[in-house]
Design a protein around this ligand. Structure first.
Ligand SMILES: CC(C)(COP(=O)(O)OP(=O)(O)OC[C@H]1O[C@@H](n2cnc3c(N)ncnc32)[C@H](O)[C@@H]1OP(=O)(O)O)[C@@H](O)C(=O)NCCC(=O)NCCS
Length: 141
């Protein structure tokens, strides 16, 4: 992901989350040395469009997935699975032993996606999203 992708990333972000990240939050991740940010681009209508993105941190053998979203036009085609598989490959290469993330309790799509990739529901963070709990999901690598 580069600064030039952020217009399209923000459009996907706002169609994907009730409390979308701001431009400043994405910019701060692009500057953060522990952060990895990747965008998938797909050729459509004579040009490449951002179809999905992922942001995660790797800190001392632990990885934290902060954000992942897929453009509505490109969902249920395996893109999130492919992005997470690629991220997990890179984490293993960097000797990460555990990856975790938070997901809204009501996010059935997200919970099913992560379960399918071998994440387990470890514990909850009460009111993590203000009005809703987070389920913390963990995968040992
Ligand atoms: C969750 C999200 C990232 C999934 O992306 P995607 O590219 O459509 O996911 P995939 O095609 O790789 O789906 C993999 C599996 O996840 C599950 N899944 C994905 N979307 C689902 C849905 N709407 N309902 C139920 N299960 C779903 C299914 O088990 C699916 O496997 P299947 O298609 O063989 O049944 C996408 O719906 C999205 O961007 N949602 C809004 C943002 C979000 O919730 N991000 C996660 C926050 S923690």
């Amino acid at each position: 992901m580069t600064a030039g992708d952020l217009g399209e990333v923000l459009a996907i972000e706002s169609q994907s989350f009730p409390n979308p990240w701001t431009r400043g939050m994405f910019e701060s991740e692009l500057r953060n040395p522990v952060s990895s940010a990747y965008a998938v681009k797909i050729y459509r209508d004579n040009g490449f469009v951002v179809a999905a993105y992922i942001i995660y941190w790797i800190v001392y053998g632990e990885a934290h997935i902060l954000n992942i979203a897929v453009h509505q036009d490109f969902r249920r085609q395996g893109l999130a699975t492919a992005l997470l598989d690629a991220a997990i490959d890179e984490m293993r290469r960097l000797l990460v032993y555990e990856v975790f993330l938070e997901v809204r309790r009501s996010n059935d799509a997200g919970r099913a996606l992560y379960k399918g990739l071998g994440f387990r529901e470890a514990f909850e963070r009460k009111n993590y999203y203000g009005n809703e709990d987070a389920i913390v999901m963990v995968k040992d690598l």
